[in-house]
Design a protein around this ligand. Structure first.
Ligand SMILES: [Zn+2]
Ligand SMILES: [Zn+2]
Ligand SMILES: [Zn+2]
Length: 328
């Protein structure tokens, strides 16, 4: 099932200034003249055209739990090969885009996560964890990214509910910054920065939306976008994949509440969510604290962000949390 054709492999290139890796995709390659064409805004919406509603999809399942399956992505960012082929080109560094890219699909075309039962969300988390643990075994994998795009504005080209899992030989630049930030905070203050924020936010209560036995749902003090919602485990834990069965039920409950409130309160907006968790097969991340970030696409004011990396929110996280708290 895994494509081994060398021509299909992406290339990873290191930016010598920022020290961040970028991908030059071969499987998703476009011809230069395609960039000037208007991209169709319509996502595949009907069942008859939907590739994930094809009954043969079950034959491609790598893993199945309840009505959730994981299959290899047809247009993988990374594909499996046994070496990274690291090399230099003048001052530059390159390696092959070796890794894995899977699509985690809910078999029911119409079952948005926000409308799913907690048990069904638990099945999704079970598949996330099972695939994470399986791919973590490959020693060249440094980071596994799990994300879900809902709606065209969030980048989903297929409406059928699905998440993606990308196992990569390099660490996501955004995550690298967070890991470094958490380590630096710990050096200065001798505490986990996330635990510190959670303690304060729970005492203050203003940004808390919901709490259950093991998880907290809140709007962060310094959000990246309007109505950003985060879900944190209450106990310090760098690694998502160590989540216990009991915690998974509690996590499913927190996701269900968070997405349900966003669905009702904001009228089913497009959104992205992703899990931020510690890198693997590399040391020095015990002060990280894994979490899930939900970014609804609600922003109507986008002028300033385009020319600067300072986020401009049009609603405070305190007001956003108060609003979402009241949604039943
Ligand atoms: Zn479908
Ligand atoms: Zn912590
Ligand atoms: Zn994060």
């Amino acid at each position: 099932m895994i494509k081994k054709d060398k021509d299909e492999l992406s290339e990873l290139r290191l930016d010598l200034v920022s020290d961040d890796w970028v991908v030059i995709s071969k499987a998703r390659r476009m011809r230069p003249e395609m960039f000037s064409k208007k991209i169709s805004k319509r996502a595949v919406a009907t069942r008859s055209q939907c590739p994930f509603c094809d009954p043969k999809i079950l034959d491609r399942a790598i893993f199945k739990k309840g009505d959730i399956i994981s299959i290899p992505n047809d247009f993988p960012i990374f594909s499996y090969k046994d070496d990274l082929n690291e090399r230099s080109l003048g001052p530059y560094h390159i390696m092959d885009g070796v890794g894995f890219h899977e699509v985690i699909i809910t078999l029911d075309h119409n079952k948005h996560i926000a409308l799913s039962k907690k048990e069904e969300i638990k099945d999704i988390i079970d598949v996330y964890q099972a695939r994470y643990l399986a791919l973590k075994e490959y020693k060249f994998i440094k980071y596994i990214s799990i994300f879900h795009n809902h709606g065209r504005a969030a980048g989903a080209s297929i409406i059928h509910p699905h998440s993606q899992l990308v196992a990569s030989p390099v660490i996501d630049p955004d995550l690298k910054d967070s890991i470094d930030g958490a380590e630096n905070y710990h050096k200065k203050h001798g505490a986990c920065v996330y635990c510190t924020m959670l303690d304060w936010d729970r005492k203050e209560g203003k940004r808390i939306i919901y709490e259950n036995e093991s998880f907290i749902v809140l709007c962060p003090f310094a959000p990246q976008s309007d109505f950003e919602v985060r879900i944190y485990p209450k106990l310090h834990n760098p690694d998502f994949e160590n989540i216990t069965d009991e915690e998974k039920m509690s996590f499913a409950d927190a996701i269900s509440v968070a997405l349900g409130k966003i669905y009702k309160g904001l009228n089913d907006p497009d959104y992205n969510f992703y899990i931020h968790t510690a890198p693997i097969n590399v040391l020095g991340h015990k002060n990280y604290h894994w979490h899930l970030v939900i970014l609804p696409k609600t922003s109507i004011f986008a002028g300033f962000e385009m020319s600067s990396s300072i986020e401009v929110n049009t609603i405070s996280p305190e007001e956003a949390a108060e609003f979402l708290r009241k949604i039943k």
